[in-house]
Design a protein around this ligand. Structure first.
Ligand code: CO8
Length: 288
């Protein structure tokens, strides 16, 4: 945390298509008042989906801007964690933009390559926390699940309603929801399009924590700040290893974990972290 006034929100010029800026980036993020009013979280970014009039529906341009913003933050060594949230209090994101999807064909979707952003999102090494107020539906639920943790408001709702539109999840829903909550629960949600409450999502293991609605973004920022206080190389390595648990067979995941663990012993942060413990002092991380 840094005792300086919050900087103005910086929005990289990410205009495309209609030219609207659909993503706001505050880096460094403003510190929650409970931590320190008028301070900033020096290593945390707050990224806001800014299309409240459409419940932050994920148009192709919005997704392009989001991923470009996250890739920019991912390349900045000063940024160690990011919170993604939706503007307004009704939605994290109400899914893909249905008006934009309606005229598509399988050929236009394939040749348009507008879903490639989801692969780029999965490559972001920075820890990502979704702060979900209101609904996270369809692509909105898929975006939250593509993050590493979800902090949910008490009024949050999660669902994959694509079936009600004559289609099915297309940006990870069948895979990430099933891995997160198991086949039986995922199948019921995906085949009926029902919205799941925050408390049910917590009981099923989809979300990290449920907090009072008005405290959602602050709670996510506090979690991000705790992660940002950890050694950055180890954080990124641990994130990648945890994701491996879903992506690889156990033996391959264990082998990769050991290799990555050994690799961290060539870092200054390993030497510092262990020396600090032995010398009974707080560590100072260099990120090297
Ligand atoms: N797309 C476009 N516009 C939307 C969307 C959406 N997904 N959701 C809401 N809006 C718009 C509404 O059209 C409305 O606009 P207007 O005021 O101009 O009519 C405004 O947002 C407010 O919405 P409502 O009036 O409907 O608000 P309600 O409080 O009555 O209802 C709901 C809220 C229940 C969330 C309702 O808006 C709803 O059902 N929305 C659609 C939810 C849905 O079906 N989502 C899945 C979409 S398909 C999908 O996500 C596929 C993902 C594929 C990968 C992603 C690729 C980009």
């Amino acid at each position: 945390m840094t005792e300086t006034p919050p900087s103005n929100e910086t929005a990289p010029d990410l205009r495309s298509g209609g030219g609207a800026v659909l993503i706001r980036v505050a880096f460094p993020a403003p510190a929650p008042a409970a931590l320190a009013p008028m301070a900033v979280l020096a290593h945390v970014a707050l990224v806001t989906l800014d299309r409240p009039e459409a419940l932050n529906a994920l148009s192709f341009d919005l997704l392009d801007q989001l991923v470009e913003a996250l890739e920019t933050l991912d390349r900045d060594p000063a940024c160690r964690a990011a919170v993604i949230t939706g503007s307004g209090d009704r939605a994290f994101a109400a899914g893909a933009d249905i008006r934009e999807l309606a005229p598509q064909t399988s050929a236009s979707l394939t040749s348009g390559r507008r879903f490639d952003v989801w692969d780029r999102l999965a490559e972001v090494g920075l820890p990502l926390i979704a702060a979900v107020r209101g609904v996270a539906l369809g692509g909105g639920c898929e975006l939250a699940m593509a993050c590493d943790m979800i902090v949910a408001a008490e009024d949050a709702g999660f669902g994959q309603p694509e079936i009600r539109l004559g289609v099915m999840p297309g940006a990870g829903g069948t895979q990430r929801l099933t891995r997160a909550i198991g086949k039986a629960r995922a199948m019921e949600l995906i085949l009926t399009g029902r919205t799941m409450s925050a408390s049910d999502a917590a009981a099923a293991g989809l979300v990290t924590t449920v907090v009072p609605t008005e405290a959602t973004v602050d709670a996510a920022l506090e979690l991000a700040e705790r992660i940002a206080a950890m050694p950055p190389l180890a954080v990124r390595a641990a994130k990648a290893a945890v994701l491996d648990a879903a992506d690889r067979p156990l033996a391959a995941g264990l082998a990769r974990e050991r290799e990555t663990f050994f690799g961290l012993f060539d870092t200054q942060d390993q030497a510092e972290g262990m020396a600090a413990f032995i010398e009974k002092r707080p560590p100072v991380w260099s990120g090297r």
